[in-house]
Design a protein around this ligand. Structure first.
Ligand SMILES: Nc1nc2c(ncn2[C@@H]2O[C@H](COP(=O)(O)OP(=O)(O)OP(=O)(O)O)[C@@H](O)[C@H]2O)c(=O)[nH]1
Ligand SMILES: [Mg+2]
Length: 306
């Protein structure tokens, strides 16, 4: 499919490498009527592991297929491609889902390890707000490096969105304090906070986030706070381990997985959705401000195998 515009097109293009990896390994199997002989199962297992679904999720998926084969005549049910997409969608639908966003005014703290794609993802989220007609403001609370706040300021200029920043080395909580004053004064609907979010020490991160939370509690009346964890999709299963480490230090409400366009390991999203106990909210599928899609179980599963 050549379509690259629209959300489905973006998702398809973003998952092309993972899709191709799967197709490369089991392509000929996929279009045949589903017959689950031992050889098929073995090839399938290898392909799914290759796409980085991980051992646990791959095992679960194969179990589901076997179970289904016991109950019905798979050959008559259709192509393996469709059965796989359906079972993956089902597994994803059992995972935690995002609650409907009801708060009128929101603050999103964006956390994640170095280089995961936090700042770029913030630009993408801001773009969504703009398109939806919401007033958005960015806060450069990653004060650790001067370049970090410059990068955010650059995105702000490009998008036409305000960025609250202070000198490098200043207190991140003080930036959030300033940003909240500005947000209230300007009637901002969504304040997005870029944190350093590094896990150099767990205690340091916990202290920094706790301090920001206290500022939000004091100064953020009317704003609902949530924390978004950004994970680098190219690290595959490692992202899961990294996320677990993060969750010991930070309260997180949802996950955004980046760089899916640059990896054949997109299957890790399934493992993350299933094993982390947190809703996967968004997927990053490119470096541009529009390269963000909502995570939807059925669409995601379909894009892997379509
Ligand atoms: N291909 C691709 N590249 C991405 C995506 N998201 C981010 N990147 C790139 O990944 C690199 C790091 O992104 P940043 O947004 O700077 O990451 P960060 O987490 O803010 O990094 P630090 O501030 O250094 O911790 C940049 O080159 C981005 O363009 C994505 O979805 N796809
Ligand atoms: Mg950054």
């Amino acid at each position: 499919m050549a379509e690259t515009t629209g959300l489905w097109g973006r998702l398809r293009a973003g998952l092309a490498r993972t899709h191709d990896r799967l197709a490369e390994r089991v392509g000929t199997l996929l279009d045949r009527p589903a017959r689950l002989g031992p050889e098929t199962l073995e090839e399938l297992e290898e392909a799914l592991l290759g796409a980085d679904l991980g051992v646990a999720t791959t095992g679960l998926l194969l179990d589901r297929l076997r179970e289904r084969a016991r109950r019905s005549d798979l050959e008559r049910e259709g192509r393996l491609r469709d059965l796989l997409a359906e079972e993956i969608a089902r597994i994803l639908e059992e995972a935690p889902r995002a609650a409907a966003e009801t708060a009128a005014r929101r603050i999103t703290l964006v956390v994640g390890v170095n280089g995961a794609g936090k700042t770029t993802s913030i630009a993408k989220l801001a773009r969504r707000d703009l398109v939806a007609g919401r007033r958005v403001l960015l806060a450069a609370a990653d004060t650790f490096r001067a370049a970090a706040s410059e990068q955010l300021a650059l995105w702000g200029e490009r998008l036409g969105v305000g960025v609250v920043r202070q000198a490098a080395g200043s207190d991140p909580a003080a930036v959030v304090f300033d940003a909240l004053q500005a947000a209230r004064a300007r009637g901002i609907d969504h304040l997005i906070v870029d944190t350093a979010g590094r896990l150099h020490t767990k205690e340091h991160l916990m202290a920094e986030l706790a301090k920001i939370r206290r500022v939000v509690e004091r100064e953020g009346e009317g704003y609902r706070l949530s924390t978004l964890l950004v994970l680098d999709g190219t690290t595959g299963q490692n992202a899961l381990a990294q996320a677990r480490a993060f969750l010991t230090a930070a309260e997180v409400d949802g996950v955004l997985v980046t760089k899916l366009d640059g990896t054949a390991k997109g299957g890790m999203v399934i493992a993350i959705a299933r094993e982390l106990g947190l809703p996967v909210l968004y997927l990053g599928v490119g470096e541009g401000a529009d390269d963000l899609v909502d995570f939807q179980p059925r669409e995601f599963a379909a894009a892997l195998f379509a």
